[in-house]
Design a protein around this ligand. Structure first.
Ligand code: NG6
Ligand code: CA
Length: 498
């Protein structure tokens, strides 16, 4: 009887182990392009750690961010709702209020409801607090904690925007009440020199006509003015290490329980100012060096998982928030030192663009225990993580929530090679992907942004491309297939009204 009982307990235990919910880590790069990694064909830059994730996992070739800039892509990732449905979801200033609703289902809440510990570490850029006016020296709420993260260690917006500080949960790290922080995006405050008044103090100059010449922090002119908080101001060269250190602690502390970690790196967004050991390493200038730092960081995370004995049952996603840009505000030789590297790969456009390079992302899913190595051209979007993981964890989403998120679990696990029937993506203009076809709706904006050197995808006429034959979107077939244009236009209009 006793041996019987022991045997049964062992069986139950083994079963529980086998069924253990996977840890999920989402590594979200900032402005990394489809062609920036060697596993996606880059030849001038080597990214061995991310390549390893790809070669031992699933490499998706038609995986998208919803948008060609940061805030809207992150909004969609968090809410499962297309960002263009909600006003105020475009690139946020550093003092913006929180735009993610706190009373709706979010990606981290899906995990939290299933008993996971959740954390966001890295770039946030979804706003903080209830209003634009806020006291940075006090607790700021609501923020990431109120949207479903048990733990948050973030910077508020982008690396080029003030306040250039880290926040741990509701508070700025290293606050000094004798040197209170103030932030203003409209007028100069405080006595700190600005890029405009003191260009001689800059270690990286801003690009003409692109701003980035307000308060100088760590030798770099920023967007927006900041006073005080000198102790709290980050050193750019330490940002990545700081986030990695935070992630390592979170992984170690939670290795026995399932966790969800949203690890949002700043590379290779401007200002590209990696740690000294990476400076000059790529031969492609600071942008390439930042990518090497990113790759190294991913390798370190993988090592931590191995050391904690949880690599096998960790589902790790690697992707990016929007496409690549070279000159995005600082004179860092990103164009001059390209050496033939093509951050956009075979695609047209880049960040800010409705062409494919704007939203088609490096998109790797690695889960040694469950995913067979392979490549898939299933059409998927980051907006689908919410419903897919909810399905994986047998969660329930209220009817009103995450209405644009589709269950793509089988596509994410490599079992379904088709994915979505259609997907809306957003540059300046909205575009619809459907089967082999892409329709870009007519729009008024300039076709080419001189400032950043990117084709925007804007055109006053409809555009239709067959991506199977013409992945580089060189041949607008709209005149040749007017019926298809009409159909896709109608489908896009229908989705917009849903
Ligand atoms: C743009 C900034 C750019 C970058 C971007 C946000 C100017 C001229 N350009 O407005 O430097 O900060 O916003 O990037 O200000 S994102 O990846 O967070 O969307
Ligand atoms: Ca971005």
């Amino acid at each position: 009887m006793r041996t019987h009982f022991i045997f049964l307990s062992i069986l139950l235990c083994l079963n529980a182990l086998a069924q253990r919910k996977p840890n999920v880590i989402l590594i979200y790069a900032d402005d990394l392009g489809y062609g920036d990694l060697s596993c996606y064909g880059a030849e001038k830059i080597k990214t061995p750690n991310i390549d390893k994730l790809a070669s031992t996992g699933l490499r998706l070739t038609n995986g998208h961010a919803t948008s060609a800039t940061c805030t809207p892509s992150r909004y969609a990732l968090m809410t499962g709702v297309y960002p263009w449905r909600k006003k105020g979801t475009s690139i946020l200033p550093g003092d913006a209020a929180l735009i993610v609703p706190t009373d709706r289902t979010t990606l981290p809440k899906v995990f939290k409801q299933a008993g996971y510990k959740t954390a966001v570490i890295g770039k946030w850029h979804l706003g903080l607090g209830e209003t634009l006016e806020k006291d940075w020296n006090k607790e700021i709420k609501p923020g990431p904690n109120e949207t479903g993260f048990d733990y948050a260690f973030i910077f508020p917006a982008t690396a080029d925007r003030v306040p250039t500080v880290f926040m741990q949960d509701h508070q700025v790290v290293a606050l000094d009440h004798n040197d209170p922080i103030a932030v203003d995006y409209k007028k100069k405050i405080g006595d700190d020199p600005t890029g405009e008044s003191h260009p001689e103090l800059l270690k990286m100059k801003s690009s003409p006509g692109q701003g980035h010449n307000n308060t100088i922090v760590n030798g770099i002119g920023r967007i927006g003015y900041m006073a005080g908080g000198h102790l709290a101001r980050w050193v750019d060269e330490e940002i990545s290490y700081t986030f990695l250190d935070q992630a390592s602690h979170f992984i170690e502390a939670n290795k026995k329980d399932p966790f969800f970690l949203f690890f949002a790196t700043t590379e290779p967004h401007v200002p590209r100012m990696p740690a000294t050991v990476f400076k000059g390493k790529s031969g492609l200038g600071p942008r390439g060096d930042a990518i090497l730092q990113l790759d190294w960081t991913v390798g370190e995370i993988m090592k931590r998982l191995e050391a904690a004995g949880i690599a096998d049952n960790t589902l790790l996603i690697f992707t990016s928030d929007n496409g690549p840009v070279l000159d995005d505000g600082y004179q860092d030789d990103a164009v001059a030192l390209l050496q033939g590297h093509t951050p956009w790969g075979p695609l047209r456009g880049g960040k800010y663009s409705a062409f494919e390079a704007g939203t088609r992302m490096p998109f790797i899913i690695n889960w040694p225990k469950k995913i067979k190595p392979g490549v898939s051209d299933a059409l998927v979007s980051q907006i689908d993580f919410l419903r897919s993981f909810s399905t994986m964890l047998s969660g329930r989403i209220p009817d009103m929530d995450a209405s644009d998120s589709e269950n793509m679990l089988n596509a994410f696990l490599g079992k379904d090679k088709r994915g979505r029937a259609s997907l809306v993506v957003q540059g300046g203009a909205l575009a619809l992907l459907h089967g082999d076809w892409k329709y870009i709706s007519p729009s008024e904006g300039a076709a080419y942004s001189k400032l950043v050197g990117i084709e925007t995808g804007n055109l006053r006429r409809p555009q239709l491309y067959n991506l199977r034959d013409d992945i580089a979107e060189q041949h607008n077939l709209a005149d040749q297939y007017p019926e298809r244009v009409k159909e896709m236009e109608a489908l896009l209009e229908k989705i917009k009204l849903e």
